[in-house]
Design a protein around this ligand. Structure first.
Ligand SMILES: Cc1cc2nc3c(=O)[nH]c(=O)nc-3n(C[C@H](O)[C@H](O)[C@H](O)COP(=O)(O)O)c2cc1C
Length: 322
């Protein structure tokens, strides 16, 4: 498969098969307001713990506007007793799809068996997925890593489990839990998963997609049904629209990094008020890369103590050819 217009995940129709990943502490409401301008096929909120979702009235992490649709919510957890309520709540909130997180490597998450620790309990993955599928009418998907470590690669097994449980899509991040986010993602395993899946479940490739070339290579080398872009989106939020333009032979969007960052700041201020500078610093670490002089701006923003100070630095910066 390659880029595909009118891509369907079960009953859900997407404009295409380039998906923007869930990123905890990044893909919040302000950030999603920014990326919705860049035409991803599907975007996600940050992951949310099922217990918290069921217990708390607040669904702040899940706030979205209609122009962000189609949008997915991602559930995290390993407690079977809250699965049905959590899934129903997501559907009631109007989400397009529910994804189940079996990839988060953070110790705080894995210590109760959640996130990537789920890869050690495939049977529980089956039970949770089946419960979600039974609870809702929207499509259900799962996102995994290859396994806990090199000695326990289970991705193929989880593909079969996801099919049996009735999931419509599986995203495979080509790293193990032990790798964290370092080293290279192993796309060979993703290719193998696609072979195992046949056409019984959609397989989405994830890991190390930063450029159009990366995406083309992943499609060619793995034959996946779609791709999910994570850190590449933080570095180049417009990447999805570039990919779409290339494959549909449309003109590329006219990108101005300065306009993008100022727009993002305006969204941040609305959401975070005086705390906006902290989020800006974090995003700038990704967004302001590629060259010595842009590094000076990145370092400047990283040291800024107020959003006004950061805006002054941005205004004074020479954006020519950036
Ligand atoms: C800061 C950060 C936050 C992340 N949060 C989530 C998350 O909430 N849910 C999830 O499934 N994956 C999460 N991931 C993993 C990414 O979605 C993706 O699988 C991973 O970064 C590999 O893709 P990449 O190499 O293109 O970045 C996160 C990754 C990073 C770096």
């Amino acid at each position: 498969m390659s880029f595909k217009k009118d891509f369907s995940i079960g009953s859900l129709k997407l404009p295409h098969n380039i998906i923007y990943a869930p990123l905890a502490e990044y893909t919040d409401f302000a950030y999603r307001r920014l990326i919705r301008n860049f035409h991803s096929g599907l975007m996600f909120c940050e992951m949310i713990k099922m217990e918290a979702l069921v217990r708390e009235k607040s669904t702040k992490l899940l706030k979205y506007t209609k122009n962000m649709l189609p949008i997915g919510a991602q559930l995290l957890g390993s407690n079977l007793s809250v699965v049905t309520d959590a899934a129903k709540k997501i559907e009631d909130l109007g989400f397009s799809l529910i994804d189940f997180n079996c990839g988060c490597p953070v110790q705080k998450v894995t210590k109760d068996g959640s996130g990537s620790a789920m890869l050690k309990t495939p049977k529980l993955i089956f039970e949770i997925l089946k419960k979600i599928v039974k609870a809702v009418n929207i499509p259900v998907s799962i996102k995994i890593r290859l396994g806990w470590d090199d000695n326990s690669i289970v991705a193929n097994e989880i593909v079969k489990i996801a099919i049996d449980a009735g999931a419509k899509m599986i995203t495979i991040h080509g790293r193990t839990r032990k790798q964290g986010y370092s080293g290279k993602a192993n796309w060979d395993f993703i290719e193998e998963c696609k072979q195992v899946a046949k056409n019984e479940i959609l397989v989405i490739g994830n890991g190390d997609l930063y450029t159009l070339e990366d995406v083309k290579t992943m499609f060619e080398s793995t034959n996946v049904d779609g791709v999910m872009i994570a850190r590449g989106m933080l570095a180049s939020p417009w990447l999805s629209s570039d990919i779409e333009s290339y494959f549909t032979k449309k003109d590329k969007l006219n990108i101005s990094r300065k306009k993008i960052i100022l727009k993002y700041i305006s969204y941040l201020i609305e959401e975070k008020k005086e705390k906006a500078v902290f989020d800006l610093r974090r995003i700038s670490g990704w967004f302001l890369r590629g060259g010595k002089d842009i590094k000076s701006l990145r370092v400047g923003i990283n040291g800024a103590t107020s959003i006004d100070e950061a805006i002054k630095l941005i205004d004074r910066f020479n954006w020519e050819n950036k």
